[in-house]
Design a protein around this ligand. Structure first.
Ligand SMILES: [Zn+2]
Length: 335
């Protein structure tokens, strides 16, 4: 994607500001991953292939030290190392974090934090955005118009281009996916499930979750944390957008996921990440009140020693060869 001149100027200015700040403020990078997998459709760029993940850790390990998220501030403040520090994080708690990512983390002795959507870990319910992507992008045929009344206001679509559409990259399918996402994200989990079932029935499909995209089971989570390399953090109970909720409901989601995480792993988690990276002042206060000491957003920036520990920026990682990611970090973020 080409940047327009104004965006380029903004990017240049923030690069300069960061460069000046880097001279005086200790800093590190927190990377945000979701899945290590090859998926049929990946509209939100959540997947890094196993080959690329392995290459990325190899390339990053040549110039940086992998540090657990919980020890990053200590390391930044202590200084004394010429090598940059990188913390790895995974959002949501996908099963491939155990099956695929863990052996690669072990090979590179790289610690990581996995932020769990605790209701999904406890119930095994597939993540709704995975079901949606499968239905909207991977169906053999999609009707050009339809109406879903599982929630109010109902969702209607009409797009002649859908009739001849095929494959996940089709623009008409991508438009339908985005519109449905915006409708579904505001619903409660139960209504959303009903809405997805209605969508599946309308387009002549069954809800068929991809087994590789399921959440970790409690037993799988046990194996992941028993490795000693992966720590669990919380990511709310239901992956709600916190900015849609009143403060009491925010606290319930945040504190509830901390308690559930403790029940699942036998340890109270210190770390949290905001679903969709979205927070407001009251969500941040709830995170403090619930007892978390570190919380991650997805504001793209380095983590700074003098920054807010309850709003730690993260750099999202896309599927790319290892050297490409290492170059981006060295020449843009750490340069
Ligand atoms: Zn998430």
């Amino acid at each position: 994607m080409r940047l327009r001149p104004r965006a380029l100027l903004r990017k240049g200015r923030s690069w300069l500001r960061r460069r000046q700040r880097r001279r005086v403020v200790p800093h590190a990078a927190v990377l945000m991953y979701h899945r290590v997998a090859t998926a049929a459709a990946d509209p939100w760029n959540l997947c890094v292939t196993p080959l690329h993940f392995d290459q990325q850790l190899q390339a990053l390990g040549r110039f940086a030290d992998f540090v657990p998220l919980g020890r990053l501030r200590e390391r930044m403040v202590a200084g004394g190392s010429a090598r940059p520090a990188i913390a790895l994080t995974f959002d949501d708690g996908y099963r491939d974090n155990l099956d695929v990512a863990l052996p690669i983390l072990e090979r590179h002795a790289a610690p990581a934090t996995v932020f769990l959507v605790t209701d999904h870990i406890q119930s095994g319910t597939p993540f709704w955005w995975e079901l949606l992507a499968d239905l909207a992008l991977c169906s053999l045929r999609l009707p050009p118009r339809g109406r879903l009344a599982a929630a109010q206001p109902p969702f209607e679509w009409s797009d002649q281009a859908l009739a001849a559409s095929s494959g996940p990259a089709d623009p008409a399918r991508q438009r339908l996916l985005a519109a449905l996402w915006n409708w579904l994200v505001r619903l409660t989990p139960a209504t959303r499930t009903a809405a997805l079932q209605e969508f599946a029935a309308t387009i002549g499909r069954d809800l068929a979750p991809d087994p590789a995209a399921l959440p970790l089971t409690p037993a799988e989570l046990g194996r992941l944390t028993a490795s000693g390399l992966v720590q669990a953090g919380a990511h709310t109970c239901s992956h709600v957008r916190l900015t849609d909720l009143a403060p009491a409901a925010q606290l319930e989601e945040i504190a509830g996921s901390r308690a559930a995480c403790a029940r699942l792993t036998g340890r109270l988690p210190e770390t949290f990440s905001y679903p969709f990276g979205e927070l407001d002042e009251s969500a941040r206060s709830c995170v403090a009140q619930a007892g978390f000491t570190i919380a991650c957003s997805s504001d793209p920036d380095l983590a700074w020693a003098d920054g807010d520990p309850l709003r730690v920026p993260r750099i999202g990682v896309r599927d790319a060869p290892g050297e490409q990611l290492a170059r981006l970090l060295r020449r843009y973020w750490f340069a």
